[in-house]
Design a protein around this ligand. Structure first.
Ligand code: AMP
Length: 280
């Protein structure tokens, strides 16, 4: 694996590879890698000549400075895991490579997507996500970009970004990897203590409760059951919503046909976890 810290050097290297008809798959991450991240790399390796991963904890997407300060950093373990995964290129820029002095951070018109769910509860978050992904795509120019369904709304936002910017990159959305008890793998899980780790599985249980309880008609009672279940497990809930899977419009009734996605964001003490499940 080749490690690059300079944006211009990684860009030059990949441009030469692409000129030689080598396709590039790209997996952007914030590090503290787990098997979920590695599964994206595995998918990219199947579909491209070269796989590049980035590790950059992007300050502009943290609406809560404490969350940024506490974000886990495990660089040495990450490099080991990347070597073992067969990743070809690691891009690990400093802040000044991504946001050079004098660079105007753009504002993106994300419309409705920025007004609901994560957009509503984490103001500015998706602008920060777009800033970093926009910059990374301009540096890496990948043929394919690998994203996790774990961040369902983020996938939609990045799709919108690629449309706004007319990027030629194909998006590949990969399934959420879970621990054996169902908890979605997440870098933030590293911050859970033993007690919290046991409680955390209730997010998954709540998704299953909604999946099993979904019937045509009003969703009010089911949503209230889901709230009660997750609150009883010690979570402070930001939202539990059932939305149209194609556009994230929030549903109060279900027609029995539309594919829906159940989305949850909730705190265990000061650790915020998110998860979702698509029901087709
Ligand atoms: P992050 O490092 O949290 O920014 O995540 C980097 C990428 O990995 C994003 O596209 C995430 O959606 C994806 N990802 C995070 N957790 C998982 C998981 N449990 N399974 C699959 N992909 C994941």
């Amino acid at each position: 694996m080749i490690l690059f810290k300079s944006a211009s050097e990684v860009a030059d290297y990949l441009q030469k590879q692409q000129s030689a008809s080598n396709s590039v798959g790209f997996v952007p991450t914030m590090g503290a890698l787990h098997e979920g991240h590695i599964s994206l790399i595995g998918q990219s390796k199947k579909e491209n000549s070269l796989t590049a991963t980035s590790i950059f904890v992007n300050p502009t997407q943290f609406n809560n400075p404490e969350d940024f300060k506490k974000y886990p950093i495990t660089i040495e373990k990450d490099i080991d895991a990347l070597e073992r995964s067969g990743c070809d290129i690691l891009f690990m820029p400093g802040v000044e490579e991504i946001y050079p002095p004098g660079l105007n951070k753009p504002n993106y018109d994300l419309g409705y997507l920025e007004t609901v769910l994560e957009g509503k509860y984490r103001p500015g978050h998706f602008q920060g996500v777009c800033q970093v992904v926009d910059r990374l795509l301009q540096i890496i120019h990948p043929n394919r970009l690998y994203l996790g369904q774990k961040d369902y709304q983020q996938c939609m936002v990045i799709k919108k970004l690629t449309e706004i910017k007319n990027f030629k990159t194909d998006l590949v959305i990969c399934p959420t990897l879970r621990e054996t008890d169902g908890l979605a793998m997440s870098s933030r899980n590293m911050r859970l203590n033993a007690e919290e780790r046991k409680q955390a599985v209730s997010i998954y249980d709540t998704l299953i409760l909604v999946k099993n309880g979904l019937v045509k008609g009003s969703l009010k009672e089911l949503q209230s059951k889901a709230h009660d279940h997750l609150s009883a497990a010690g979570f402070k809930i930001d939202y539990i919503e059932i939305a149209d899977a194609s556009n994230l419009s929030l549903l109060e009734t279900w027609d029995g046909k539309t594919s829906v996605v159940v989305l949850i964001a909730a705190y265990l003490n000061d650790i915020r976890l998110i998860d979702n499940m698509v029901i087709s």
